[in-house]
Ligand binder design. Sequence first.
Ligand code: ADP
Length: 489
Amino acid sequence: MCRLARDNLRHGLPPAGQFLKNHQMLQELQLAAQRWQQLPPTRRGIVIIALPVCCLLGTVGVLMWFSASIASYERWVHHTQRVKIEGRELLNLLINAKTGVQGYQLTRQPGFLGPYHSAVAELPLTLENLENLIRDNPTQLAHFQQLKSLVTNVLDILAKHVTLQLNPFSEDATQRYYVAQQLEQAEQAMDRAHAAIDAFLMEEERLLLERQQRSETLRRMNSFVIVVAVVVGLGSSGLAIYWFQQLHQELDRRGRRLEAACDRLARFTANASHELRAPIAAILSHAQVGLLLAQEAPEQCQLRLEKIATLAKFMGQLVNDLLFLARYEGASSPNFTTSFELVTLLEQIAQEWQETCTANHAFHLELASISAVVRGDRDLIKQAILNLLHNAHRYTPAGGTITLRLEVAERFAVIEVRDTGMGISATALPHIFDYFYRDERVRQRGIHGSGLGLAIVRQIVDLHRGRVAVASQEDQGSTFSISLPLASN
Ligand code: ADP
């Protein structure tokens, strides 16, 4: 036995094989639940309604079948009872006939022949009834044919006997001997007929018992099926109600999400128009003043044109940002197939950054000594880091320090952009990732921006199933960190 299994047994745990089996079953269940969630709501609705309806129809069908079977067995039980009654009637008639003849022989009183005559009259009808009743049972029909010939034989012997008795010469010795012999024959024939009727009735008794037992078994099964149907019905109805509630909640959630998205879209459109209208108005005003000053003060006109160019550039950037946000808005995280090394990316960014932007700030790069491979889109991650670096650059006065740092913590790579700039006020901090949000302090200081840079960062990080966080103190500086899951996970 392997060590794991031995340890498990010692600690009263299930063996490893069992554990794996349970684990596999659990995974399959989770998969089935996921597939169920992925089905369109209409299909789920159909299944939810179909489940109790099918249970109900199935139960009704099974119960109808049981009722029909029970009724059929009841009919057969009744039929067998009738056969038994007719069989007993036959036996009684034979006994009556024989007793009547014997009574007459002993007393010589014709009144004793009454039962014999009525038995002779009734017997053909009883035999016919019996034959009709057992016509469908070939075994009993064969028995009946035998029995019928025995009965006929007994009746013949009794009839001959009666004829001899009524004969005036019967006092003759030969005749008396003949009568005695006939009576003996009648006795023997009667015994055989009796035995045949008994055998016939026993077979009917067996059939009766068998049919009663089957009928009883069906009744018990019927009760059991009713109990099972009630349990299954309650269970399926409960399940249907539960699923229905879930579907209702999900549709409710979707509705709320849709409403929120519509709200966001409305706010986004209003903000976007506002942000675009302001530079357009400025461009228009610069263009009008520039046109007026074109002749008298060409250098003023030149200044206006430069401002128009700056504003147009800003608008271009704003439109780009808006397009970017619109492209990825509400998109679920894709399954990235490519992975890349963050250390190399950060080295590249740092090199490009130092070549262009570090004139007024000290810049440090601190890298993890181990590799940090993440899965995702390298260009998007680069854009997110650059957005943070640009902010650090814009919101840190000259002489400040900007640090780009990478460390690996547990199963995440953490990229940090730290600055020693103006920091963010506590009231602004919860809103800085919202679209178009800008801290009042940066507006007052005349630092331009669109308020979309951090929203883009958050969207990129969300797409990579990562997290973005910020820690900041006014006039002390800010630290933005992006955590991305390592590719090995
Ligand atoms: P923008 O910088 O164009 O205004 P962002 O979305 O990038 O838009 O930033 C939103 C706001 O967050 C900024 O207006 C600013 O108030 C604040 N902020 C972002 N980064 C920093 C930073 N490094 N230091 C101080 N404030 C910052």
